[in-house]
Design a protein. Structure first.
Length: 397
């Protein structure tokens, strides 16, 4: 069978690739977002994954007075934006106002964010550090500060701007300030806005990601490395547990999965546009289009990957501690579940049905670390094998 571990290659600044280089896009003209992004003049990193965002090459974004770069992985194009920003020790970014919601994940460093409504003197500030996540509400001003004396900050920003700029092909609209934006800003209770997340529970059975029966709702999650309000997610195997997160007043959502050391999750597939980052753990993901070559994306804290549209993908924990991956979701219309949701076999591969190479590679990776697999032998023999919740809890903690 054909498998590949693509060798990252580096081209001229602005077009670096990580993983197998995607094919050229042909001769279609650039759409508004692409033209705007090119005009900024900072690097655009492309590929199937980024192994380390904390060392990624950046360039000066003059207007924002910051070192930054865009990342566009295969499967994100035209849907979601990710970019990395660096702020030097004791530095601050000038106040910016966005006409869209933006989620920020802290890759490294210590800092603070101040948020306020245009024209208002009431400001809300909160402090954060590595693996914090917060949401910047549309039409509010925000300022980001590095509060550390010697370490730079690196942030990962995620939003739906590529889509929005096709609906309103006027880049200035999204960064405008002044009276119009002041009118558009909603009334937010800033005292509560970055307070503790709350659990939303509904009686009916949830059917869609992003609007499930249970979700944690909040704008500030101080440390995704230790978040422990997790539900069992037995269907994907590996003793996995998850948390689903909604940002209030926004369509943006995400989830984080925690899974046991020396195990791996079942292959599955869905729509494009996700950005997956790693709060803790060491492992890799395998991604493939049905019947095609496999791409191996190694990961650890600081890595990012995107499963391309309807490619199977599978996550492997080769460490001796639980691994966590945080998946920032695209708009719900891109989730892309199978037409027949009851036929999960179309979108998930049980352990008994998987390519033998999957298990061989996993056990080989563990051997290289003097470890052995904790995937139960029964999982490879019984199609309906289910990891028990209690075993899941003990392994995933
Ligand atoms: Fe997935």
């Amino acid at each position: 069978m054909s498998t590949t571990t693509p060798t990252p290659s580096h081209e001229a600044p602005g077009t670096t690739h990580n993983g197998q280089a995607p094919k050229a896009q042909g001769r279609r003209p650039m759409f508004t977002y692409e033209r705007w992004r090119e005009s900024i003049g900072i690097p655009i990193h492309r590929g199937y994954y980024m192994e380390d965002l904390t060392t990624l090459e950046l360039g000066l974004w003059k207007e924002r007075q910051a070192q930054a770069a865009f990342i566009e992985l295969v499967g994100q194009e035209g849907i979601t934006e990710t970019r990395v920003t660096e702020i030097p020790p004791r530095g601050s970014l000038p106040a910016v106002q966005l006409a869209f919601d933006e989620v920020v994940y802290v890759l490294k460093g210590w800092g603070a964010t101040t948020v306020w409504r245009p024209g208002s003197s009431e400001k809300k500030s909160f402090e954060w550090h590595e693996a914090s996540m917060f949401m910047l509400p549309r039409h509010y001003l925000h300022e980001i500060h590095n509060t550390h004396g010697s370490e730079p900050i690196r942030l990962l920003h995620y939003n739906y701007l590529p889509l929005a700029m096709s609906a309103v092909p006027d880049p200035t609209f999204f960064f405008a300030d002044g009276a119009d934006a002041e009118d558009r800003a909603r009334d937010l209770d800033l005292k509560q806005f970055y307070g503790e997340a709350t659990l939303r529970k509904e009686e009916h059975e949830g059917v869609l990601w992003g609007r499930r029966k249970e979700a944690w709702v909040g704008n500030f999650f101080p440390d995704m490395r230790v978040w422990d309000r997790l539900e069992s997610n037995a269907t994907r195997g590996a003793g996995g547990r998850s948390v689903f997160i909604e940002f209030p007043g926004s369509e943006m959502t995400c989830h984080m999965s925690v899974f046991a050391p020396r195990t791996y999750k079942k292959a599955h597939r869905h729509g494009p546009g996700r950005a997956i980052v790693i709060p803790t753990g060491e492992g890799y993901s395998v991604m493939w289009q049905e019947g095609k070559e496999k791409v191996v994306a190694p990961w650890r804290p600081g890595s990012m990957l995107t499963p391309p549209d309807r490619w199977f993908h599978q996550h492997f924990n080769v460490g001796s501690a639980p691994a966590r991956y945080l998946a920032l979701h695209p708009p719900m219309q891109f989730y892309g579940h199978a037409e027949k949701i009851e036929d999960r076999a179309k979108d998930q591969i049980e352990y008994v049905d998987e390519d033998p190479w999957i298990r061989e590679k996993f056990e080989g990776e563990l051997r290289a670390r003097d470890l052995t697999s904790l995937v139960p032998a029964e999982a490879y023999e019984q199609r309906d094998y289910t990891w028990s919740t209690s075993a899941a809890a003990s392994q995933a903690d």
